[in-house]
Design a protein around this ligand. Structure first.
Ligand code: UDP
Length: 329
């Protein structure tokens, strides 16, 4: 039986598909290639259907032409800033796509889904580290759209018996150990790839968004987790559901926080490059500190991150970026 990876040409989705193939799983990828890269699927030798999840006929085709027993869903828009200015895009795509997918799963009798959720479902944290039972009060439409899907999933379990696991990631980072696939967004907005673009001379400097937060050095603190470790958690989650596990929600992070300034410093060490940095205004909607407790995932899924040091995460990202300075082009 095959696993359908929706959004499998994107950053996390492509690492998921690569990991599944390495574990001997049969994989089918569905991606509309709006943000995803055909070259990523080619690099991992994946089977690709090009189409949008909101298009029911492509879903019927994929489910009819393949023996699919489970789905991992990454297909979404994921920029916090953009979601603030265009919330409808986020609800239409992120919620609409998954509803269409669930409806097709129901009709094709597919009973397991692992859903890509986010730390943004929590909003401003009530305490650190964040645990799954903490309040979810998203401060942006991106987080709200993912939380809405979690609610849809719950009712689809009750009504149709579709079992789900929602994985709330903290800051996904790094690249595949082979260097064949990695992170390529256009325009790039994430911290580590932007710092590496400075290291490559493609940008003049990194802007540190705020150094007046209530943190040790004043810059924001985040929990960076390697993209392949995220992938392994998804497979554990799927196996648990297939073994009769109940629907559940898990945080995925390393439980360690690094400030923006620390990330810049570690990147200087890893790359041996100077990397000019300048403090700028705060970015709207950024909480000061986001750190996960992933104890539940470790205990219930048996998840154990392999690339849990920031140096290793940045080394793998650097390996990708220096060999692909223009991404997949
Ligand atoms: N950040 C920054 N400069 C940049 C991009 C990001 O200072 O050019 C900061 C951002 O404010 C946040 C952290 O780096 O505190 C991680 O941001 P990113 O966009 O990578 O991920 P997010 O936390 O938004 O998911």
């Amino acid at each position: 039986m095959a696993i359908l990876v929706c959004g499998g040409a994107g950053y996390i989705g492509s690492h998921m598909a690569a990991y599944l193939k390495e574990q001997g799983e049969e994989v089918v990828i569905l991606d509309n290639l709006q943000k995803g890269h055909k070259a990523a699927v080619e690099a991992l030798d994946g089977k690709l259907y090009i189409g949008d999840l909101r298009n029911r006929s492509i879903l019927d085709k994929v489910f009819t032409e393949n023996k699919i027993d489970s789905v991992i869903d990454f297909a979404a828009d994921s920029l916090v800033g953009e979601s603030m200015t265009d919330p409808l895009k986020y609800f239409e795509n992120n919620v609409g796509s998954t509803i269409s997918l669930l409806s097709a799963m129901k009709d094709h009798n597919v009973k397991y889904i692992v859903f890509s959720s986010t730390a943004a479902t929590y909003g401003e944290p009530e305490s650190i580290p964040i645990v799954e039972s903490d309040k979810t009060v998203p401060t942006n439409p991106y987080g709200e759209s993912k939380l809405s899907v979690e609610k849809v999933l719950k009712w689809c379990d009750t009504a149709y018996g579709i079992k789900y696991t929602a994985l709330r990631y903290f800051n996904a980072a790094g690249a595949h150990i082979s260097g064949k696939i990695g992170e390529d967004h256009n325009p790039e907005s994430h911290l580590i790839p932007i710092i590496l673009q400075v290291a490559l001379g493609k940008r003049e400097k990194i802007m540190i968004f705020g150094d007046d937060y209530n943190t040790e050095d004043g810059s924001c603190v985040r929990d960076y987790v390697h993209v392949t470790d995220l992938a392994s958690a998804h497979l554990f989650a799927l196996q648990r559901l297939k073994n009769g596990g109940e629907s559940a929600i898990y945080n995925l992070g390393n439980g360690k926080g690094f400030s923006v300034k620390e990330v810049v410093e570690v990147t200087r060490k890893v790359t041996g490059r100077e990397i000019k940095a300048e403090v700028a205004e705060r970015r709207a909607g950024d909480p000061a500190i986001l750190i996960a407790s992933s104890e539940r995932a470790k205990k219930e899924l048996g998840w154990k991150p392999q690339y849990d040091s920031l140096e290793t995460i940045i080394e793998t990202a650097w390996n990708w970026h220096k060999n692909h300075p223009d991404g997949y082009q």
